[in-house]
Design a protein around this ligand. Structure first.
Ligand code: GLN
Length: 398
């Protein structure tokens, strides 16, 4: 006789967050043979020279613990990358920490810098781990909404941001922004920077899509590069999106020594150190990957245009992303046509009936009603896979 499985035993601190939406929809996509445009990962491989560098590092015997803050090779490559990207210098000894992906960096920043009860300002929609990482650190999130304006650009209300910043401890910014595809403008960043200084906030920025921007007049700007921000900003990023190596989980935090101290205080006990051979290969990617990145951005620009046009033809209202590899669209017209209501029901319908998985964005909101009319598609896919998805959507929805 088989016994019923015991109920899940999850500590209170994680119980409210359930299973991440990415695991849920990737599992559903696999069960139904759906084209997976839900979880953002490329269906193609990263550059061969970087994979070879990883093999070489393993063969050369770099298989024991790396130094806690990261290998000297990767930290030096990160200092060069940061200089190219922002014009700023970073001290490799005291200002750069290598983490297990940006997710670890976010958690280390929260656990190492936020005290229980500290308010943390965060824009919604937000990447799902932000909320859990703030909560686990005992922080109290204060949400500022990003909402589409008449032109379909996601913007925020200055007064709402001002109110949220008063008395807060930190502000968490993601630019280019998942899931909206928004790239914060220099003016928006200048306002954020002035509020951080006025209220003595620590700025924590998730810039993992830093290289994936598509509008020549809207380049990615590192918040730390704005006047007065270098000394109060923890800049986080990773290898995964830029080099199509999301499974490597190599990320980093760059911050002045007094803030790096907090990040490392947590990092040393969370993971201690990151995969040694992968760090050595990551350094090669950063130093020698420019041609790869240029080509990747060009192919993502075509994928963005192709999927945005197809979705518009099908009757979605598309909010054209300025960066990242995600497209948000309003599904109201189409969900009504197929007789389902809300983003969850629509995404389940898409996955199980149309054979294309997408993410219901209401999970990214404190006020889920803002996300209910929306759906998020990932376009970090080969054109063959996108064409297959578009074909399936057309057959199901037209
Ligand atoms: N960043 C990816 C996305 O937004 C998902 C990463 C994950 O699965 N946790 O789709």
């Amino acid at each position: 006789m088989s016994q019923a499985a015991p109920p899940p035993h999850i500590a209170d601190r994680y119980a409210p967050f359930g299973t991440t939406i990415f695991a849920e929809f990737t599992t559903l996509a696999n069960e139904h043979g759906a084209v997976n445009l839900s979880q953002g990962f490329p269906d193609f491989d990263g550059p061969a020279f970087v994979k070879q560098a990883a093999h070489a590092a393993i063969d050369a015997g770099h298989n024991q613990y790396a130094p806690m803050p990261g290998t000297p090779e990767l930290r030096a490559a990160l200092a060069r990358h940061w200089k190219r990207a922002s014009g700023l210098d970073a001290d490799v000894q005291t200002e750069i920490t290598v983490t297990a992906g940006c997710t670890e960096a976010i958690n280390a920043a929260m656990l190492g810098l936020i005290n229980p009860g500290d308010p943390v300002v965060v824009f919604e929609p937000y990447y799902d781990c932000y909320r859990a990482s703030i909560a686990v650190a005992g922080g109290v999130p204060r949400f500022v909404a990003l909402r589409p304006d008449a032109d379909g650009r996601f913007t925020f209300d200055e007064r709402e941001l001002r109110e949220a910043c008063a008395g807060a401890r930190a502000l968490l910014l993601n630019t280019p922004h998942n899931p909206t595809g928004k790239v914060f403008t220099r003016d928006e960043l200048a306002l954020i920077a002035s509020l951080c200084q006025e209220h003595h906030l620590i700025a924590i920025t998730d810039e993992v899509y830093e290289r994936l921007t598509f509008e020549p007049d809207l380049p990615h700007i590192t918040l730390a590069s704005l006047p007065g921000m270098r000394a109060r900003t923890v800049t986080l990023s990773s290898l995964g999106k830029t080099y199509s190596l999301t499974g490597w989980k190599v990320g980093w935090a760059i911050a002045p020594p007094h803030l790096t101290a907090g990040v490392r205080a947590a990092h040393q006990f969370l993971t201690y150190a990151v995969s040694h051979p992968m760090q050595l290969a990551a350094a090669i990617a950063l130093d020698e990957g420019e041609a790869y990145v240029a080509e990747l951005v060009q192919s993502y620009a075509s994928a963005r245009a192709h999927l945005a046009d197809a979705l518009t033809d099908l009757g979605f209202r598309v909010f054209r992303p300025e960066g990242t590899y995600f497209i948000m669209a309003d599904h109201t017209e189409l969900s009504r046509r197929v007789g389902v209501e809300g983003d969850f029901a629509f995404c389940r319908w898409l996955t199980t009936r149309a054979g294309v998985a997408a993410i219901p964005p209401s999970v990214f909101y404190d006020r889920p009603e803002f996300g209910r009319p929306l759906v998020r598609f990932a376009f970090c896919k080969t054109s063959a896979l996108l064409d297959e998805a578009i074909g399936r959507l057309t057959r199901a929805l037209k």
